[in-house]
Design a protein around this ligand. Structure first.
Ligand code: NDP
Ligand SMILES: CC(C)CCC[C@@H](C)[C@H]1CC[C@H]2C3=C(CC[C@]12C)[C@@]1(C)CCC(=O)[C@@H](C)[C@@H]1CC3
Length: 335
């Protein structure tokens, strides 16, 4: 039977490159692109069908930052498919990034230069906002919408006698000090992106604890530093052609920092690699990093994450609590 694969944030960047790679590998796949903007989704579908005319590529409208949109999309998935083999939780935002030029130049001449280029720590902050559901936008988009989607899709993911995979696009920017259980939405801090990615690492571990027995396995990856719409947004006053001019500099940096995967194809390496693995053989505490050598060869680097079971359980409990609150609110509105 053809595997059913759903990818969130599939219309551009790493998500779209992943879809292309999955179809290159096998066209006997039912691919579903879950996107918030149907025009961009149509364009992505057309591009995929141009190179793979006989592929089965469906579209699903879903805004991960909106509770009602996620619930409606999940209903639609359950109507269309009776089983989901792989769910890629890839949609993500880094809104209003502030690039600290001083910290960047200080970092260039410090012993932390490699950490700066591999994680972006210390040079990036963001300004978050609140969604119509009164949630912090980065938390809602990158984490909570995906959590709700998984919860809704449990009947098609946890199917007896069959294994399914959840694969999160996390980041090496995920940093324990940026995350606080008392403020899981990161209302008070300036690093909502890092916090949301750290939370996804924790959540992946908790999902393994709760669902492995039912045949559901969760893993996280980091695509490395990839030039996409998201990264172009980090220096909005920097025109695209300047980024292109900087490419030789970035190739040079790649000699020392193999996380400079730079293009979406290279960045999607770990996402694609995980799809080909037996989920039972994967380490639930590892993050799988897409890496590219100085010569341009792609490979995977598994690295232990700075997470623990206790915090992952505590986050899971808080997310369940928030879920029941938002459901109550939604019922109240419908009455
Ligand atoms: N580029 C990089 O260096 C790195 C990226 N990542 C992660 O990779 C993932 C993909 O990002 P990337 O390809 O770089 O960037 P892109 O901006 O190209 O892709 C992000 C995708 O997510 C979608 N998206 C954003 N918000 C929502 C939403 N509310 N509902 C549904 N879809 C949404 C976007 O849709 P739309 O086109 O409508 O905006 C787009 O398809 C993200 O999770 C990001 O955090 C992690 C580490 C490094
Ligand atoms: C203009 C200058 C000559 C070069 C500026 C370089 C920086 C803008 C990049 C260097 C390392 C990059 C990086 C990220 C963003 C852009 C840099 C800071 C990320 C934080 C993007 C999002 C992620 O999830 C991380 C994995 C990236 C880590 C490296």
């Amino acid at each position: 039977m053809n595997k059913v694969v759903l990818v969130t944030g599939a219309n551009s960047g790493i998500g779209l490159a992943l879809c292309e790679r999955l179809l290159q590998d096998t066209e006997s796949l039912q691919l579903c692109l879950a996107c918030r903007n149907m025009q961009r989704a149509q364009a992505a579908r057309s591009a995929l069908l141009t190179s793979h005319p006989s592929a089965q590529v469906a579209l699903l409208q879903m805004d991960t930052s909106s509770i009602s949109s996620v619930l409606a999309a999940a209903q639609e998935v359950k109507l269309r498919y009776n089983r989901l083999d792989c769910l890629y939780l890839n949609a993500g935002i880094m809104p209003n990034p502030q690039f600290d030029v001083n910290a960047f130049f200080k970092g260039l001449f410090s012993s932390g230069i490699i950490t700066m280029f591999t994680t972006g720590q210390g040079i990036l902050t963001q300004k978050d906002c609140v969604t119509a559901d009164s949630l912090q936008e980065v938390f809602a988009t990158n984490l909570f919408g995906h959590f709700l989607l998984i919860r809704e899709l449990e009947p098609v993911l946890c199917d007896a006698g069959h294994t399914s995979q959840l694969i999160w696009t996390s980041s090496s920017n995920a940093h324990r000090p940026a995350f606080n259980l008392e403020d899981m939405q990161h209302q008070r801090g300036t690093q909502p992106y890092s916090s949301s990615k750290y939370a996804s690492d924790l959540l992946s571990l908790a999902l393994n604890t709760h669902h492995n027995k039912q045949g559901l396995y969760s893993s996280v990856i980091c695509p490395g530093f990839v030039m996409t719409n998201m990264t172009y947004g980090i220096l909005p006053s920097f025109p695209a052609f300047l980024w292109t001019l900087l490419m030789p500099v970035f190739w040079l940096i790649r000699m020392f920092c193999n996380n400079f995967t730079l293009n979406p194809y290279n960045g999607s390496e770990a996402l694609f690699w995980l799809f080909k693995q037996k989920p039972e053989s994967l380490d639930p505490q590892a993050k799988y990093h897409s890496s590219t050598s100085g010569l341009g060869n792609n490979y995977i680097q598994p690295r232990k994450m700075d997470i623990d079971l206790e915090t992952s359980e505590a986050l899971y409990e808080q997310l369940l609590h928030l879920e029941s609150e938002v459901r109550k609110k939604l019922k109240g509105k419908q009455k």
